[in-house]
Ligand binder design. Sequence first.
Ligand code: HDE
Length: 702
Amino acid sequence: MAASRNADKRKSVRLADAEIQRGVGGETHQTAGSSGDVLTTQQGAPIADDQNSLKAGARGPTLLEDLVLRDKIFHFDHERIPERVVHARGFGAHGYFENYEPLADISSADIFQRAGEKTPAFVRFSTVAGSKGSADLARDVRGFAVKLYTKEGNWDIVGNNIPVFFIQDAMKFPDLIHAVKEEPDRGFPQAQSAHDNFWDFASLMPEATHMLMWVMSDRAIPRSFRFMEGFGVHTFRLVNAKGKSTFVKFHWKPKQGLQSVVWNEAVKINGADPDFHRRDLWNAIQSGDFPEWELGLQLFDDAFADKFAFDILDATKIIPEEEVPIRVVGRLVLDRTVDNFFAETEQVAFCTQNIVPGVDFTNDPLLQGRNFSYLDTQLKRLGSPNFTHLPINAPKCPFHTLQQDGHMAMVNPKGRVNYEPNSWGEGPRERPERGITSFPEEIAAPKQRVRGEKFADHYSQARQFFISQTEPEQTHIKDAFVFELSKCENPAIRTRMVSHLTNVDEGLAKRVADGLGLKDMPKAAEPARKPITDLPASPKLSIVKNGPESFKGRKLGVLVADGTDAALLAGLEKAAADEGVMVEFVAPQVGDFTDSAGKLHPAQQKVNGGPSVLYDAVAILLSAEGAKLLANEATAKDFVSDAFAHAKFIAHTETAKPLLDKAGVTPDDGVIPLKSAKDAAAFIAKCRDLRLWRREAQVHTV
Ligand code: HDE
């Protein structure tokens, strides 16, 4: 048998000889090849047998001489590179930035000079704390890193989906990350801040308070990368051709509107589909529903910086949009998924130091530290200073350096000149009138390890954030604090945290204390600087107040079975298609189900694989028999009761009522009977509100 198998293989290799001939002297890069191509070693030698290692006899030891085996295993052994110390789990996509209008008065950056010009872009979204294989719906900050391949070099805006940060000075970053990641003795918990070390550190760092409000809010459990904002966080500078500098904060505003999930839902999504966010982005782009963000600039000058109540160099503070309005200057569109996850998403190297002429840094001490860290980390992860040669990292404009050699040098500089000045009249030269120049900010100050005076205000904006939220959002923040602190084993940590919250909002502190079962309210923490308690609410800080205008780009889960009403089904499909909503059928079995008119439809999910947490709204389109069949099915009951508990809109046929009853649904404005196809359109229109938040007060899920 073995002998005849080998004979077959020899034949197939001979058949492909022509291919080998064509390959010689042809392609110099490795590709996975297409069918008919010959499998080769790394050196290009054709492989005759990819099934069996070379042995001394059929049952003998494997021979060291087997170059094919060694070639394969050697490479396999080295397939991994170190994952990112933070933001290890991420997902990237290609697209472009389109500039709306010339901004020459503000910045000489080439990307901003011409209306309608498109610049290629690559974006990587991520979570911070978990490892590469962790689940997408961790309560965490999301990275929002944008690489813009401009005509004057790569510009990286390495931002987050939250506009502030935990700490003010780069010196504390390793402490913060050590505290939030797995505890060093036990190696868990993974991708969670709900543990003693994190809250111990956070409660000893009052500067973290504002950020804690954001990460305990629904911002930290976004429904999709597509439905979240991005922020550059730090204050940067834009500099025009005359050398005039304007301070700027960068904002990415999703055209799809903001949307998050609720915590109980997030926990269940992590079990049902740990890749929920990456799958969502992949599906959206693959189906041609390209997500878009508009780039907004908050522009201000020294006069504003001087009169602003906080320090513009302090990354724990925002500038409310009501105080400095956002100027929208362009849009970012993601329209292409990667060809290869490793080559692109894993190897992309964002560096905050990557700026272009017309953009400059400020002295934000967090940003200054980052400018060292990102370059340094790429060397560790990618192993060579030549990581800039990788296609995903290389500029797309002409570039000429005199840097040379090093591990994995992939470009072959020709000629004799590798230094400057030289008298050979060759090689690149600097260009003083149009190169990277630093804004000549005057600095006359003692060298010291201190922070700006106003950095000491830790509570004012935390309060402002809280009072800007709607009632359900405030309740979610309270619930998140209670959940996380309940996971801390040391009671002193819980009390210390409540003592900070008292400075934010006494009502919140009291509700958290009640949730934790604290007998006595602790004394408020001593503020380093007197908080400002009368900052006005900023509606832009609420997710609910900045939701979508339509239900477009969302996903409807339809519970069906044989006998589902054909007219209603067609009506619902049409209403969903008109709105741009994706529909998935969830049925007792995958494969086809038959509607009441005898027509077959494909069901994409079996009911236990398609829980309602994966959908933005649900419709229970069951016939009487279908409802009877599923009323005793635990996963079908969960489908309905979870959708109800998560305040989702639920449409249902009259005949589906027995399942709704079993699931404990009490009819309200969000439970919509479907009698005719007309009702389907009304249901989809209702879904634009995303959730019936007032239901939460009745169906408490935490
Ligand atoms: Fe990062 N951060 N960071 N960070 N960060 C990294 O760089 C660091 C900070 C952010 O998708 C690392 O390439 C320091 C703020 C994103 O590849 C590392 C400090 C913000 C990403 C690093 C910060 C960010 C990173 C790990 C404090 C929002 C993922 C791997 C001084 C404005 C980029 C890497 C991607 C990644 C250091 C704080 C955003 C270790 C020292 C503030 C989106 O270099």
